[in-house]
Design a protein around this ligand. Structure first.
Ligand code: PHE
Length: 351
């Protein structure tokens, strides 16, 4: 074996032994670099007699080509190994079962509100929504609850660190009753022409569900809770209509006739007379207990005035239902806090 054959073997062995592309390039430099062994051999050609130069030069070039081929082969092998490693790291096992995305579902309170909307919708009630940050006037004054009146402390209101145009603190609405005022005022404005000419105005019939807030927290009170306001105003709407509508609602909501209803005299500044509405089932797990489900009453004339209407002509009733309460009764839930903890073990039971 001559020196060139040995050189080729040595180069091949070194290339094969190089574990990384960087080390392979170092090995390449030792043979093909500026002072590599092949380069040195070519430089040495100059010292040979002319007749030997040609043959030796051809042999060296042949060895050089062999070394280059070996180098390229090792480069390809290292690249292929690298690709292989990468593919294995990102391997997909297509035989594994897929990970399912949960389908999600409605919160029991949302379901209850949808139910309330559907039932009152079938009785011709519109559905309205309003702001959770309210002005003092909307939450209290317009509802016949004047500043400094003791009835204001019935609601432990959260205040917002911001004032309205009249310099009064904004509040997180403690009830949905401001929606009576907002909706009725918009209605009155819409039919201002009819009203000015003494012509009849379409009745106001609306429910307004939403979040409400009070400084209150225990098993039956949450600082954030829900209410659904109801309002029916017309030329001849009376407490009797409230009874009919509400009892029909309870019947549809609980899908039973087997209950008693009691309108228990109460006080709200915005209604006169006022009543808490209690129901008691005659059968089932809740039998015999009076359960309070709503506040209600004939809208106070001062409130009708705040609507922008004339209480000599427009009268009616309002009520405020607690959807959280209704959901608890319907589903047999005993702690209100479960509703708002967001625990999936609880929530998935309703879907
Ligand atoms: N706003 C009252 C409350 O929060 C409920 C209510 C609404 C009472 C409408 C009468 C009429 O308790």
């Amino acid at each position: 074996m001559n020196d060139l054959e040995l050189l080729l073997l040595a180069a091949r062995a070194e290339f094969e032994a190089a574990p990384t592309p960087a080390e392979l390039e170092n090995a390449k430099a030792r043979y093909l670099g500026k002072s590599g062994r092949v380069t040195e051999l070519l430089k040495a050609l100059g010292a040979l007699p002319v007749e030997q130069k040609k043959a030796r030069g051809a042999e060296i070039n042949q060895a050089k080509t062999g070394i280059e081929t070996a180098l390229q082969a090792r480069r390809d092998a290292l690249a292929a190994a690298d690709l292989e490693r990468q593919l294995r790291a990102e391997a997909l096992d297509v035989t594994l079962p897929g990970r399912r995305r949960g389908t999600g579902g409605l919160h029991p309170v949302s379901r209850t509100i949808e139910r309330i909307e559907a039932i009152f919708g079938s009785m011709g009630f519109d559905v309205a929504e309003g702001p959770e940050i309210e002005t003092d006037w909307m939450s209290f004054t317009a509802l016949n609850n004047p500043e400094n009146h003791p009835a204001r402390s019935m609601q432990d209101t959260f205040y917002v660190d911001m004032k309205d145009a009249s310099g009064r603190w904004l509040n997180l609405r403690p009830h949905t009753s401001p929606m009576q005022v907002r909706y009725a005022r918009a209605h009155a404005a819409k039919y201002a022409g009819e009203l000015a000419q003494g012509r009849p105005m379409p009745e106001i019939r609306v429910i307004a569900p939403g979040r409400t807030y009070r400084v209150d927290s225990d098993a039956t009170h949450s600082p954030m809770f829900h209410q659904c306001e109801g309002l029916w105003i017309g030329e001849n709407v009376s407490f009797k209509d409230l009874k009919v509508v509400f009892i029909d609602f309870v019947r549809q909501f609980f899908e039973t006739d087997d209950f008693d209803v009691r309108f228990r005299p109460s006080f709200f500044p915005f209604t006169e007379p006022s009543a808490e509405i209690d129901i008691a089932f005659r059968s089932g797990p809740l039998v015999g207990r009076w359960l309070e489900v709503a506040g209600s009453g004939q809208v106070h004339p001062n409130v009708v005035r705040a609507y922008g209407l004339d209480p000599e002509h427009q009268i009616g009733f309002a009520f405020g239902i607690g959807p959280d309460r209704l959901a608890m009764l319907r589903y047999g839930i005993d702690d209100l806090r479960l509703m708002f903890d967001g625990d999936l073990r609880f929530l998935t039971q309703f879907n």
